[in-house]
Ligand binder design. Structure first.
Ligand code: G6P
Length: 486
């Protein structure tokens, strides 16, 4: 039968794509490639797989590339109206959904779901619709589509209506909110999000904690028409549903894929000469014979960098024997700087670091070394030399830094890990675990980690590295694909 469908058999959709373009002064366009789990996953299936990555044009360079028809084979960038995109991305995805799933609101004054929110929500719908239409247009008959993250929650439902033949998956890289917190959203919005997701044949999460939270939220949204299976003990969990509440019920499978670190890539990359150079510079900054507590984060509100600094200050108070003998190396790289609350948070991080340095610093010792300019080679250098890694997010889907440090560490590194990070499920046993809000407890954990005998530290690091690499990015992707293809 002749078909007007596209030719691609495997499609991925995400807001941020694998490539970005910049326009240089002479008008030429330059491409920069990104990394991450999806990039390795797609390269693992090879160029013959007819794969297509649908993503959004994010900056002026990307939009120009779309207009000039410049592009990579295998990538389709959508030039969605810049204001619609800003409302959907900054307004809804990053200021509402990210806040709900990471529980970031200061609730006496926020959130306020008024007229402005409704206007932005309409943009979120339009932006999701643009993705659904592009995917419907590009996908071959019975193709597999994997949609990524909270930016695109409505896509599975919209796409199912346009193309019921497709196998649709959605993967959440964030936590999912507990039902009491999710209930803050207006009821119709909650329902739209859940029904949007349930358009998928399969929903993937990073841990069972987030998967179960989704199932509870889904059940609560519409008890007459949405029926999560009992989450106890059954590894094949699912949500059954029907628009009428009567048979035939459709089933959405729920799966968990704990994305791991890419050991092969990290080990090779961390021994290149630029990393060695940065290690020498960092060692000089830290000073001879001192221990290093390292943290590397994008400056997200959920990463808890300020409380990390407060805990370090508490350590210097409670254990003055560490003064002059330890340095906190904190890399806080810029993220989402269009949002004022992110800019303010970055300034707060800077202030907290400056306070510690002026209170405790001596002519030969700077207690906190803070860098805010992204430098991947320097991050790897810090991973290699860290004595302690501090990963204390208030809530985190997984946290790959916790998984990367043990893989790259030269001589073993003690991991101080928040019990609210997804990585805790896999790494908790060999980490020093903290409640991220408890700065005195975190200071105690830092002391314990700094005092850990080197032999024990090396043994734990080995076990952490094994757990951290159990599901490398390529397998993580292939596993999802396999589940959807059956
Ligand atoms: C973090 C989250 C992902 C999310 C990404 C978006 O890495 O873990 O779930 O997709 O942020 O970041 P962006 O810079 O595109 O806003």
């Amino acid at each position: 039968m002749a078909s007007t469908h596209g030719a691609h058999r495997i499609l991925v959709a995400s807001n941020r794509g694998p490539i970005t373009y910049e326009v240089h002064e002479d008008g030429s366009l330059h491409a920069r490639r990104g990394g991450g789990g999806l990039v390795s996953g797609l390269s693992a299936i090879g160029p013959d797989a007819d794969a297509l990555w649908v993503c959004s044009a994010l900056g002026a360079g990307d939009r120009e590339a779309v207009r000039r028809g410049v592009g990579e084979t295998g990538v389709r960038m959508l030039d969605i109206d810049a204001e619609v995109h800003a409302d959907a991305y900054n307004g809804i995805a990053n200021s509402v959904l990210w806040f709900v799933h990471h529980m970031l609101y200061q609730t006496p004054l926020e959130p306020v779901f008024g007229v402005e929110f409704r206007r932005q929500w309409a943009s979120y719908e339009a932006y999701n619709r643009a993705f659904a239409e592009a995917l419907a247009d590009e996908a071959a008959q019975r193709a597999v589509v994997i949609v990524q993250d909270y930016h695109l929650c409505l896509v599975p439902g919209m796409l199912r209506e346009l193309r019921p033949d497709l196998r649709i998956g959605h993967f959440s890289h964030t936590p999912w909110a507990p039902e009491e917190y999710f209930r803050m959203l207006p009821d119709d919005i909650r329902a739209q999000l859940v029904w949007g997701m349930l358009g998928a044949d399969r929903l993937g999460f990073l841990t069972w904690r987030w998967a179960s939270a989704f199932m509870r939220c889904a059940g609560e949204v519409d008890r007459e028409r949405i029926f999560p299976t009992s989450p106890s003990g059954d590894p094949r969990r699912s949500v059954e549903h029907s628009p009428t509440g009567r048979p035939p019920l459709r089933t959405t499978q729920i799966g968990v894929h704990g994305l791991g670190a890419d050991a092969e890539f990290l080990r090779a990359r961390s021994h290149e000469s630029d990393v060695d150079q940065r290690m020498a510079v960092l060692r000089a900054e830290i000073g001879e014979g001192r221990k290093a507590i390292v943290r590397v984060d994008r400056t997200e509100l959920s990463k808890n960098i300020v409380r990390g600094l407060l805990a370090y200050r508490q350590l210097l108070e409670d254990h003055p024997e560490w003064r002059e003998r330890v340095v906190h190396v904190a890399f806080a790289y810029p993220s989402r700087q269009d949002l004022a609350v992110y800019r303010d948070y970055t300034a707060e991080v800077q202030r907290a670091a400056d306070d510690i340095n002026s209170q405790y610093g001596t002519p030969g010792w700077t207690p906190v070394i803070l860098h805010v300019k992204d430098d991947f080679a320097r991050s790897l250098a810090a991973y290699r030399l860290a004595d302690v890694a501090l990963v204390n997010p208030i809530r985190d889907g997984m946290n790959l830094v916790a998984k990367e440090v043990p893989v790259v560490s030269d001589e073993g590194c003690a991991l101080v890990l928040s019990r609210e990070a997804g990585a805790y499920e896999e790494l908790g046993e060999d980490a020093v675990v903290v409640n991220p809000y408890d700065v005195i407890g975190t200071a105690r954990a830092l002391h314990e980690a700094l005092s850990m005998p080197l032999g024990e530290r090396a043994e734990r690091t080995k076990r952490l590295a094994a757990a951290a690499t159990a599901l490398p990015p390529a397998q993580w992707f292939l596993e999802q694909l396999r589940e959807l293809e059956v």
